[in-house]
Design a protein around this ligand. Structure first.
Ligand SMILES: [Zn+2]
Length: 206
């Protein structure tokens, strides 16, 4: 197995990566954490690795839900992480879509992934070195902005990951993407002395 130097921060997709991808999820009651993710957030906090969530929320532009609904879900996720002794340092979301219904949000923006706008904002706000960051998601578009900025990238097989894996060979970045079963597996790829400890803690299988 390949190991990677401990990252400074992880820029993580939300739906299908941290929580189950329920179609256009818009209420805190719909949050269903993917198995092992909360324990992984706890471990990452002990390692001083920041987790930032970067998510496309085109349901806003499509008129399915308002920005307040996105923020309510994000706030609940932040609280859940804290309850589990983990942390989410920040949330970045794109409410836009080029073909939306809500005029205010319906245009070609520079923040809808795979555009890099949200990643650039996160890097600036948190003074991150992108070459010391990891991008994680269940779609190639979650990874491409990170790869363009010099990050390591991990495709999870939760959410749309299995489908996306079929297109992986077509991506110009395919050689640079590591496929993992789910988000918690990434912590076993961090090369440090506590690997054996975290494996026991999480009981992650490969
Ligand atoms: Zn946007």
């Amino acid at each position: 197995m390949a190991y990677f130097t401990k990252p400074q921060a992880i820029l993580c997709d939300r739906d299908g990566t941290l929580i189950e991808d329920s179609h256009f999820l818009s209420h805190p009651d719909q949050i269903e954490w993917i198995t092992g993710v909360l324990e992984a957030l706890k471990f990452l906090k002990t390692q001083d690795i920041s987790v930032l969530v970067v998510t496309n929320q085109s349901g806003v532009a499509r008129g399915y839900f308002p920005v307040e609904a996105v923020e309510a879900v994000n706030d609940q996720m932040r609280r859940d992480a804290e309850t589990a002794s983990g942390a989410i340092a920040d949330f970045y979301y794109c409410p836009h879509h080029p073909k939306g219904q809500v005029i205010q949000y319906s245009y070609v923006c520079d923040c809808r992934k795979p555009s890099p706008g949200l990643f650039i904002q996160a890097i600036a706000h948190h003074s991150l070195d992108p070459t010391r960051c990891w991008a994680i998601g269940d779609r190639l578009r979650d990874l491409e902005p990170g790869l363009q900025l010099g990050m390591k990238a991990f495709l999870v097989k939760t959410g749309y990951g299995i489908q996306e894996q079929q297109d992986l060979s077509k991506s110009p970045f395919s050689e640079q993407i590591t496929v993992v079963s789910s988000m918690p597996e990434i912590i076993n790829l961090i090369s440090n002395e506590s690997n054996s400890q975290q494996s026991k803690m999480l009981n992650v299988t490969h």
